[in-house]
Design a protein around this ligand. Structure first.
Ligand SMILES: *[C@@H]1O[C@H](CO)[C@@H](O)[C@H](O)[C@H]1NC(C)=O
Ligand SMILES: *[C@@H]1O[C@H](CO)[C@@H](O)[C@H](O)[C@H]1NC(C)=O
Ligand SMILES: *[C@@H]1O[C@H](CO)[C@@H](O)[C@H](O)[C@H]1NC(C)=O
Length: 439
């Protein structure tokens, strides 16, 4: 029992020796030659704190290299700061590490590839890695100079991005330069197009397309059996679009595009005033649908209808579900849909026409449809035409109230209507026929 205690004590004392006393390895100090006192030429760091011990070199009158007396002088007690570290002290105390050089501030030993001191480094080229460990406040390398990250706005490289991410507080994850080199992004691998998308191992990902190439943010998966993946522009995508992708496409366009939201089907980017995401619209007055947004987001239901209870809700509805309370906005939206469906080239003129008709929506038109006279708002005429595929339909429209209008734009609109449809002039004064419309 006593023997065991002695052995344990011996082990502990050995441990204490190895922890509390650690002679440095050999280092060359400029000017040291046989007979020179190491302490006078090697330089010692200053260690601040409580319970710290001064650092020193072994005094020698014969050696041509020097050794630090006890490297634990850097760690003993509560160290609050180290200054004036130099390369020779770090070399002596590096132990099994590669921390051979003092950093630029002389506060720590770092694993640089050459001295952090430009004078000593001489013509040895700087590397990004050395900039990062030597001068963390200027961790990036531009040309031959270590630079602060916030001074770089173009020509970002992966190495500089990684350097800046590693030295930011807190540590960042934007380790790769985007394809344009204009920013560092949180990609899973390099954005360099030549190194991506050619094999399964370097395949593009949904997130990486968005992060790396904002102008072409849509991921195109590999078509089996080919392994090539790619990133394409929003305009080339017909499905899978979302607000993030559309926003990336729109903001990277020059000038910036207004199509910042994905339509509800995710098939196109549209110039909605807010997201088309159904759950985020129509629930309050603040996020109410507008007719224009309904048309953009859900073209099949391009009109807006406000809820009766609660009145703050709104929804997009199909034009043929509206029987009363037509608004100019809904008329316009429905007419635009009609125009889109019929692929009318002069969209703007069609718009003017319908706006004018809707403006006088209270002036009901008498329309004869398949021999039956009906009184309907003008917008309904257009909708009926849309629904019934108007090419063979003959409408007798009583337009006397509209003809009273002397507004030039109305006449222009009517002229366009005339161009699109065949008018029967013979009965122009009271009634006239519209037939064979080619909307
Ligand atoms: C010290 O200098 C000598 C001669 O230049 C060199 O051979 C030796 O490797 C150096 N030692 C260290 C630890 O740098
Ligand atoms: C860099 O090295 C030179 C030459 O040894 C020395 O005079 C100078 O003080 C060092 N600079 C720093 C910042 O340590
Ligand atoms: C960074 O990207 C990864 C996926 O590549 C993702 O899991 C992570 O949330 C992203 N981090 C941030 C802060 O965006």
């Amino acid at each position: 029992m006593q023997n065991k205690t002695i052995i344990i004590c011996l082990i502990i004392s050995q441990l204490l020796v190895s922890v509390f006393s650690s002679a440095g390895g050999q280092a060359n100090c400029t000017g040291v030659a046989a007979g020179t006192d190491c302490a006078s030429v090697c330089g010692v760091p200053t260690v601040a704190g409580t319970g710290t011990t001064a650092c020193s070199w072994v005094s020698s009158s014969t050696l041509t290299t020097c050794t630090v007396t006890d490297c634990t002088c850097l760690t003993t007690g509560t160290v609050t700061g180290i200054t004036n570290l130099n390369d020779q002290f770090c070399t002596s105390c590096k132990g099994s590490t590669s921390n051979t050089y003092a950093n630029g501030a002389g506060t720590a030993c770092v694993a640089a590839s050459a001295s952090c001191n430009s004078t000593i480094r001489g013509t040895t080229a700087w590397t990004v890695g050395d900039c990062t460990v030597c001068t963390p406040t200027t961790p990036a390398l531009v040309g031959s100079t270590c630079k602060a990250c916030n001074t770089i706005s173009s020509a970002w490289t992966d190495a500089n991005c990684a350097a800046c991410a590693s030295t930011s507080t807190p540590k960042g994850n934007t380790n790769f330069a985007n394809s344009a080199g204009t920013a560092c992004v949180n990609a899973s691998a390099t954005c360099a197009s030549g190194s991506r998308g050619t094999t399964a191992a370097n395949a593009w990902t949904v997130a990486d397309c968005l992060a790396c190439t904002p102008a072409t943010p849509v991921f195109v998966p590999a078509a089996s059996p080919a392994v090539t993946t790619s990133c394409v522009a929003c305009s080339a995508a017909t499905s899978g679009l979302n607000d993030a992708l559309c926003n990336a496409c729109a903001s990277s366009a020059s000038p910036a595009a207004k199509t910042t939201f994905a339509n509800t089907a995710g098939s196109a980017c549209v110039a909605s005033s807010a997201t088309c995401t159904a759950g985020s619209r129509g629930t309050t007055a603040a996020n109410a649908w507008t007719a224009a947004d309904c048309l953009a987001c859900t073209p099949a239901t391009p009109a807006v209808q406000f809820g009766a209870s609660p009145a703050t809700t709104s929804s997009c509805v199909a034009c043929n579900t509206i029987n009363s309370g037509w608004t100019d906005a809904n008329c316009n939206s429905c007419a635009m849909l009609l125009a889109l469906k019929q692929k009318i080239s002069s969209l703007r003129l069609m718009e003017v026409l319908v706006q004018q008709l809707c403006f006088h929506a209270l002036n009901l038109l008498e329309v004869q449809i398949n021999g039956l006279m009906q009184t309907v708002p003008p917008a309904m005429v257009l909708l009926l035409m849309q629904i019934n595929m108007p090419l063979l339909m003959v409408l007798h429209v009583k337009l006397h109230r509209l003809l009273v209008l002397s507004v030039v734009r109305s006449l222009l609109a009517f002229y366009q209507f005339y161009l699109l449809c065949q008018f029967d002039y013979s009965s122009f004064k009271q009634k006239f026929r519209i037939q064979n419309c080619t909307f």
